[in-house]
Design a protein around this ligand. Sequence first.
Ligand code: CU
Length: 95
Amino acid sequence: MAHLDEEEQREVLNRLARIEGQVRGLGRMVEEDKYCVDILTQISAITKALDAVGLKILDGHVHGCVRDAMVGGGKEAEAKTAELMEAVERFARMR
Ligand SMILES: [Cu+2]
């Protein structure tokens, strides 16, 4: 479960819809045999946009799931912290 309130969820979905449009545009650029560097620039823009969505989700997770587990304490808090660090490492390794 993602800890996003209604407005945040709407914002994330809007951003993802924009990214879908950007990816479709990328497909058109390849189809139309556009200049390689322009295609790479577009890929960078999409990657950045997707990163921003990832950070938003991560922020919600820390302020939701992780905080709740910390309040509860015990083994659940330890497990959530370990899981969080693994997720952050995976996210950081992407770039
Ligand atoms: Cu979460």
